[in-house]
Design a protein around this ligand. Structure first.
Ligand SMILES: Cc1cc2nc3c(=O)[nH]c(=O)nc-3n(C[C@H](O)[C@H](O)[C@H](O)COP(=O)(O)OP(=O)(O)OC[C@H]3O[C@@H](n4cnc5c(N)ncnc54)[C@H](O)[C@@H]3O)c2cc1C
Length: 384
């Protein structure tokens, strides 16, 4: 790829993905239950080889997949992203046993993964999380030469794919009062005793829920990475996924833009077509301009990640911020230019209008991204 455009093979792959999303994934998504994990859809993503690619290719590939799927089927896009988010910590930090048990099933779509960081009292300030990992009571503890054991007690909230996932990457506090330095990542299979959950009803039907941990037993064999170093596992995963949230947003923006081009070119108004009104045409131009700028920034941030560049957190934050805010603007403008029909239930834009809102909040709200950008800028200034 040059600095400003994709290779022909990448463009062809994106076109193929958009077709697959429309023809193979959209029908499965339509058959799913709103707000629940759609296992048939995830299995199809697996048999198309897309889930496997989550672990064999880089950030740019991830962005191209997310953008292309989102264009034609946001449900497929989200299902793919959630498999990646939940399983990336296992891929990057898991032991041979953990990887062998779960990754093939994540890749073929038979195991559903989830990433459990947020709590009702700790969202943006994730380092304040309180789910306790307490050493198991002596009577329950392992033999002296056995693995370390803990009990997880507390709650997680707004966890995508909960409570239906087959396993969770759970971030728990192993050292009280130590902030980000006292958090450990655990791989918790859904059938562990004491683990319960309930679904949450969101603006846009999304498989998501809250989890309850009532002294759920875990051992050293369940740790992902190192004890007390789990925050790095979380942040490493988010650094990879942040530009791709932007890609999801760009895919939605492009879908809204294309729908608007078709609509304004065909809609009769005032003796001509809507597009003949200069204010309308200029709004469409503005939508296209901002979508393209966001796309370029997303691709640049993902390429920087793949190249191991030093300024990935700032660039990822910029890409996620710009793309999600842009998509909100583009979808909103598309609704305006469509008029009432866009607000009818079942219309593409009614769907996108609900769908586009959450990415400005999750994986770091827009304000949090601005904080990351400013922090890095001032750190560089001081280092001069
Ligand atoms: C659809 C959806 C899916 C999700 N999936 C997952 C998941 O799979 N796993 C998971 O762990 N979590 C998930 N989340 C939770 C998500 O990560 C949190 O919602 C997010 O971190 C924000 O936390 P909060 O909602 O508690 O908002 P708060 O932290 O209470 O923030 C509220 C608002 O305060 C402002 N604010 C916060 N911090 C700052 C700051 N530093 N500077 C300036 N302003 C600030 C922002 O406007 C922010 O939106 C999901 C959320 C949604 C909506």
């Amino acid at each position: 790829m040059t600095a400003f455009s994709l290779e022909p093979a990448q463009l062809a792959w994106c076109a193929e993905l958009r077709t697959l999303a429309a023809e193979r994934l959209r029908p499965l998504a339509d058959k799913g239950e709103p707000g629940q994990v759609n296992r048939a859809l995830v299995a199809e993503l697996g048999s198309l080889g897309l889930l496997g690619r989550l672990f064999t290719s880089g950030a740019l590939d991830l962005c191209l997949m997310r953008e292309s799927l989102a264009y034609a089927c946001t449900e497929a896009e989200t299902a793919l992203a959630l498999q990646g988010l939940g399983a990336h910590p296992v891929h990057a930090h898991g032991t041979r046993e953990q990887r062998a048990r779960w990754l093939p099933r994540v890749a073929d779509g038979t195991a559903i993964a989830a990433f459990a960081l947020s709590e009702a009292g700790a969202g943006s300030d994730a380092a304040a999380l309180e789910l306790r990992a307490e050493p198991a009571a002596p009577a329950l503890a392992a033999a002296p030469d056995g693995p370390a054991r803990w009990r997880l007690t507390g709650e997680k909230c707004w966890i995508s794919n909960a409570p239906e996932a087959d396993f969770y990457t759970v971030f728990a506090r192993t050292t009280p009062g130590a902030g980000a330095r006292g958090v450990t990542a655990f791989l918790v299979p859904a059938d562990r005793k004491g683990l319960t959950g309930r679904g949450l009803d969101m603006l846009s039907p999304h498989p998501i829920g809250a989890l309850g941990f009532d002294a759920v037993p875990v051992t050293a064999d369940d740790v992902l990475g190192e004890v007390d170093r789990g925050f790095r596992v979380a942040m490493g995963t988010l650094n990879l996924f942040r530009p791709s949230v932007g890609a999801f947003a760009v895919g939605m923006a492009q879908a809204a833009l294309d729908a608007t081009l078709a609509h304004t070119a065909g809609r009769d108004a005032f003796g001509g077509k809507l597009k003949d009104l200069q204010t309308v045409a200029h709004q469409v131009a503005e939508m296209a301009l901002r979508t393209e700028a966001a796309r370029l920034m997303v691709h640049a941030a993902a390429s920087a990640y793949d190249a191991g560049a030093p300024d990935v957190p700032r660039r990822s934050a910029m890409a996620k911020l710009l793309a999600t805010e842009t998509a909100q603007y583009v979808v909103d403008t598309a609704v305006q230019l469509h008029g009432a029909r866009a607000l009818q239930r079942g219309h593409l834009l009614e769907h996108l209008y609900r769908e586009v809102r959450a990415p400005r909040v999750y994986e770091g709200a827009s304000e949090v991204q601005r904080g990351i950008i400013a922090k890095e800028l001032y750190a560089r200034q001081e280092a001069r």
